[in-house]
Design a protein around this ligand. Structure first.
Ligand SMILES: NC(=O)C1=CN([C@@H]2O[C@H](COP(=O)(O)OP(=O)(O)OC[C@H]3O[C@@H](n4cnc5c(N)ncnc54)[C@H](O)[C@@H]3O)[C@@H](O)[C@H]2O)C=CC1
Ligand SMILES: O=C([O-])CC(=O)C(=O)O
Length: 333
């Protein structure tokens, strides 16, 4: 009896597929971010099919998550030979694959390992789901997004609207820390964070916080420093066991959900993201972006900056320019 039940394969089941919705793949699904992110995406009612891909441990993660009684059908894919099957037909591809930092490292120290991983995965996207929207999490985001763009250009599939670097964790942190200072609920706060996703390239625009708020110079310095070093705060607290995973999964699920709602045609969805941009002289920059059916439909301008933010912007651009150059050179060398 037990054996008969085990032998009934999914293909033999009477009802095929799950709820209507989007097909989403998570690449790096067995990792520290990948596992909770997979769980959160399985909970998302807009997801009908969830593909979990990694080079290790996906059978266990898939078995576990597939028992959740939500609509999405979950399938696992293990190793490079299953990458194409994982990606074929996907609408949204979320990429948290790659090494995390240890104390003392910068995000750029991850470049040598993660650049190659992102290139291979994006080559798969170009081959198997060139129209998918890509949410790129792997660090250093300031360089991995340019790498992905170059891969897609080489493959002839590049559409800048469909490539979005995930900087939502900077906004999530900024909302939390600002709410602490103001003594309000973080859900009621929205801080635009522009630039990029590393150190001084993370530029919170405290002059544009909603609801409109004023801060002392001391508060501005404290908040800017804490937001820019939020990742390092977690890396040090984890003391060698990795970087932010749970808050990142939360942020990626929030951003992924915003993309899916926009893909459904919901209007007025604006999120910060690191994208191809003409807002500054740099080819990539994070600002508020209006999301639509095709991804980043409109890149919104920086808005008015105060003197402190203008100085921060120059420092951010200097570092970003080098990170972008390095990413582009990696693919074209
Ligand atoms: N954008 C952001 O705000 C943030 C980015 N990150 C970055 O996300 C990345 C992942 O972090 P964690 O999940 O903590 O690391 P982790 O080491 O726990 O998980 C990474 C996963 O990627 C997998 N992987 C490695 N090579 C792969 C390949 N070729 N194809 C598919 N999967 C592959 C690993 O097997 C592992 O399961 C890191 O680069 C980290 O720096 C982390 C936090 C925030
Ligand atoms: O700090 C790291 O290495 C991970 C990360 O990007 C973040 O937590 O913002």
């Amino acid at each position: 009896m037990e054996e008969d039940a085990v032998a009934l394969r999914p293909a033999a089941c009477r009802a095929k597929g799950g709820a209507p919705g989007f097909k989403v793949a998570i690449l790096g699904a067995a990792g520290g971010i990948g596992q909770p992110l997979s769980m959160l995406m399985k909970m998302n009612p807009l997801v009908s099919v969830l593909h979990l891909y990694d080079v290790v441990n996906t059978p266990g993660v898939t078995a576990d998550i597939s028992h959740m009684d939500t609509g999405a059908v979950v399938r696992g894919f293990l190793g490079a030979q299953q990458l194409d099957a994982a990606l074929t037909g996907m609408d949204l591809v979320i990429i948290p694959a790659g090494l995390p930092r240890k104390p003392g490292m910068t995000r750029d120290d991850l470049f040598n390992k993660n650049a190659g991983i992102v290139r291979i995965l994006c080559e798969g996207v170009a081959r198997c789901c060139p129209d998918a929207i890509v949410n790129l999490i792997s660090n250093p985001v300031n360089s991995t997004v340019p790498i992905a763009a170059e891969v897609f250009k080489k493959a002839g599939t590049y559409n800048p609207k469909r490539l979005l670097g995930v900087t939502t964790l900077d906004v999530v942190r900024a909302n939390t820390f600002v709410a602490e200072v103001l003594g309000v609920n973080p859900r009621d706060v929205n801080v635009p964070v522009v630039g990029g996703h590393a150190g001084v390239t993370i530029l919170p625009l405290l002059s544009q916080v909603t609801p409109p708020s004023s801060f002392t110079q001391e508060e501005i310095k404290y908040l800017t420093n804490r937001i820019q070093n939020g990742g390092t705060e977690v890396v040090e607290a984890k003391a060698g066991a990795g970087s932010a995973t749970l808050s990142m999964a939360f942020a990626a699920a929030k951003f992924g959900d915003a993309c899916l709602r926009a893909m459904c045609g919901e209007d007025g969805i604006v999120e910060c993201s690191y994208v191809a941009s003409e807002v500054t002289e740099l080819p990539f920059f994070a600002t508020k972006v209006r999301l639509g059916r095709g991804g980043a439909e409109e890149i919104l301008p920086l808005g008015p900056l105060n003197e402190f933010e203008r100085v921060g912007l120059e420092a951010a651009k200097k570092e970003l320019s080098e990170s972008i150059r390095k990413g582009v050179a990696f693919v074209n060398k």
